[in-house]
Design a protein around this ligand. Structure first.
Ligand code: PEP
Length: 260
């Protein structure tokens, strides 16, 4: 039975492109957004280009006429202060963001973000009115050591600690096995579904089965137009967080179309 959850496909552009190319890509996605059907699209450009992409999306009051939403790739958990080089949640809101990616594996592995840090950021994002896309996922060593369930369980519990059921209902979770990110090695649909079902069960234990049934859980890790349909067919996969393939409008929209 198809789920009632609206599918969501987000593009994480990471530290790529320049001003003219972000404009070109955003305009291409907006111009063809109907190809995604009812799938919600989110573009997450580098922070310095949020305003440029927001203008291309014609965002006013965080609403874009095309329905394509804007998201940050990271933020600080404080609203302001002496944190050189950081971006505050209200600043993302001010630039028209509705979403923010938190706890991406690159933030965890390269910038030392722990579950406690991700938890503080998740609470700050919700307090600012942003929808956090909270990323979790095991490394290759952890999967091969049979620790996937334990690692993902600890990340979900740690990153979402202290959230009320109504807060939990407002988040998006992205399951991104680290070994599949940027490697071309996509998890099999069965591998992904197994962990998505685990995450939904954890959300049920943190809130209730009803709340868990409303939370969208994206898969991320080498999603491409040619593997998206098999992932989309899984009952607990509600969309994708896309890195490399989100840099081409054709590929990004092709993935979104698979989730229609
Ligand atoms: C990501 O970085 O979130 C990601 C899923 O990257 P890729 O699609 O390139 O594997």
């Amino acid at each position: 039975m198809p789920s009632h959850r609206r599918k969501i496909v987000a593009g994480n552009w990471k530290m790529n492109l320049d001003r003219s190319r972000v404009t070109e890509l955003a305009e291409a996605v907006v111009g063809r957004s109907q190809e995604a059907g009812g799938v919600e699209l989110v573009l997450c450009p580098p922070g310095v280009y949020l305003g440029t992409v927001g203008a291309a999306l014609k965002i006013v009051d965080r609403t874009s006429p095309s329905g394509v939403a804007l998201g940050g790739q990271n933020m600080h958990d404080k609203a302001s202060g002496a944190f050189t080089g950081e971006v505050a949640p209200p600043m993302l809101v001010d630039l028209g963001c509705r979403y923010v990616i938190l706890g991406h594996s690159e933030r965890r592995s390269l910038f030392g973000e722990t579950d406690a840090i991700v938890n503080a950021k998740t609470k700050a994002a919700l307090a600012a009115g942003l929808t956090p896309i909270v990323c979790v996922g095991e490394s290759l060593e952890e999967r091969e050591g049979g620790r996937t369930q334990a690692v993902v369980t600890a990340q979900v519990r740690g990153s979402l600690a202290g959230l009320s059921p109504s807060d939990l209902e407002r988040i998006v979770v992205a399951y991104e096995p680290v070994w599949a990110i940027g490697t071309g090695k996509v998890a099999t649909p069965a591998q992904a579904q197994e962990v998505h079902a685990l995450i939904r069960g954890l959300l049920a234990s943190l809130a209730s089965p009803e709340v868990a049934g409303r939370v969208r859980i994206q898969y991320g890790g080498s999603v491409k137009p040619d593997n998206a349909a098999d992932l989309a067919a899984q009952p607990d996969i509600d969309g994708a967080l896309v890195g490399g393939a989100s840099l081409k409008a054709d590929d990004f929209l092709g993935i979104a179309a698979a989730f229609r």
